[in-house]
Design a protein around this ligand. Structure first.
Ligand code: PMP
Length: 430
């Protein structure tokens, strides 16, 4: 609070614009932390929200159900890449991840509990003979370095140990972190997975783009190799599509860029078009079946007060309606096309600070600014850039010295070019 700028008091939103109480307007170049896909205060979403609020605002989701939740699950499931059969609702991205982790951990407990003990016994017997050590427990959780999966304890645990998690590091569970895959390190990564082998519980990843870790991008075929290596040992693969879902990477889900599909998928952010808080975790029939039992201890004991909130479900259904409108495809393609021509179609202005690592994935464009500080989240140039951009009417929120654009898809050519121009001017005048 001491070092933060005074917050901007936003009074209204419309399309890509946010309006403050001083009559200024800002283009939301980062979709309000990546949630907004159709623009602010979208009339169709607002109308559907209002209609639902008049009918049923909320009912607990234990022992009760309602049409918006059922309809949403029935619509989402066939859209998901892979063989998904069930959806579990929660409130946000972190809880979608939390649910996924708990599902994976309990899956092994439910299916291997007895077998696990047998194998441990075997291990004790074999030990004296210096035979291969067998540990029947699936305890190893695997994630990628530099990842970000949320702010709750489970989701922090599978995230990179960095500034966000530092005060809590002693309370986070142990995770095997793999390097971000490149063509040079993919073989050692696969070897490490083979070593983990039957001790592997799950592998969680942000497909193609690591968001909060600085919009780090990596290649789909390398992720395919990792997923394949995990599948060889039945390690449960969890795609955290909280940011990448709903066309951020150009396809409905980033997992569609891969040949190999996850067993669990986490969704949030764009699921409601950015209007309501909601999380969803989808799983395959195989995962679901491990919980389907007369044994009460095999129950998935997880539920939030606002699980499957009807307002959020209704808005999510309305957002899916908008994604089916022909105009949407045009808008999406336009953002991708314009990003692809950045910055060559603008006069390249000289700046004291060079731009480096320009990269794109679908509707996401990112680059770093070369400074004499470290390339990380605490790099101070980001704050200077966001302040100057805001003064020029563009909402940017660099991650340290990483600048990125991730606008709502309804943005026009002129509005997106305005973002590019303002950014160039800000960099030039630094
Ligand atoms: N996973 C990913 C990939 C994210 O980018 C985020 C949020 N930035 C989260 C999980 C957590 O979502 P939320 O902020 O809604 O808890």
């Amino acid at each position: 609070m001491k070092t933060a700028e005074l917050p901007v008091a936003v009074t209204r939103g419309e399309g890509v614009y946010l309006f403050d109480d001083n009559g200024n307007k800002y283009i939301d170049a980062i979709s309000s932390w990546w949630v907004n896909i159709h623009g602010h205060a979208h009339p169709f979403l607002a109308e559907k929200l209002y209609q639902q609020a008049k009918k049923l605002e909320h009912v607990m989701f234990a022992g009760f159900t309602h049409e918006p939740a059922v309809q949403l699950a029935e619509r989402l499931l066939p859209m998901l890449p892979g063989e998904f059969s069930k959806i579990f609702y929660s409130d946000n991205g972190s809880t979608a991840v939390e649910v996924a982790m708990k599902m994976a951990i309990q899956y092994w407990r439910n299916t291997m509990h007895d077998a696990g003990y047998m194998m441990q016994e075997e291990h004790h017997k074999l030990k004296g003979n210096r035979t291969r050590v067998v540990d029947g427990r699936r305890t190893k959780i695997i994630a990628l370095k530099n990842s970000y999966h949320g702010d709750t304890f489970g989701s922090m645990s599978v995230s990179e140990r960095g500034v966000f998690t530092l005060p809590f590091k002693d309370y986070l569970f142990e995770v095997v972190f793999l390097d971000i895959p490149t063509k040079d390190n993919i073989e050692p990564i696969k070897k490490k997975i083979d070593e983990i082998g039957e001790q592997g519980c799950c592998f969680i990843y942000e497909p193609l783009v690591q968001g909060a870790g600085g919009m780090t991008m990596y290649e789909s075929h390398l992720l395919d190799d990792i997923i394949q290596a995990c599948k060889k040992h039945d390690i449960i693969c969890i795609a955290d599509e909280v940011m990448t879902g709903f066309y951020r990477t150009g396809k409905m889900f980033a997992s569609e860029h891969m040949q190999k599909q996850p067993d669990i998928i986490c969704l949030s952010k764009g699921i409601t078009g950015g209007m309501m808080a909601m999380g969803a975790t989808a799983c395959t029939e195989k995962i679901f079946e491990a919980f389907l039992s007369d044994d009460k201890l095999k129950t998935f004991f997880h539920g939030h007060s606002y699980t499957a909130n009807p307002l959020a479900c209704a808005v999510a259904n309305a957002s899916l309606d908008l994604l089916e409108v022909g105009e949407f495809r045009f808008q999406l393609d336009q953002v991708i096309r314009l990003h692809n021509s950045f910055p060559t179609h603008l006069a390249v202005r000289t700046s004291r600070f060079a731009m480096k690592n320009l990269r794109r994935c679908g509707t996401i464009l990112a680059f770093e600014i070369e400074t004499n500080e470290k390339d990380d989240y605490l790099n101070t140039i980001g704050k200077v850039i966001s302040k100057k951009a805001l003064e020029a009417g563009v909402l940017l929120r660099p991650l340290g010295n990483t600048i990125y654009f991730m606008p709502p898809y309804c943005i026009t050519k002129q509005q997106l070019e305005r973002i590019y121009i303002v950014t160039q001017e800000v960099l030039h005048d630094l």
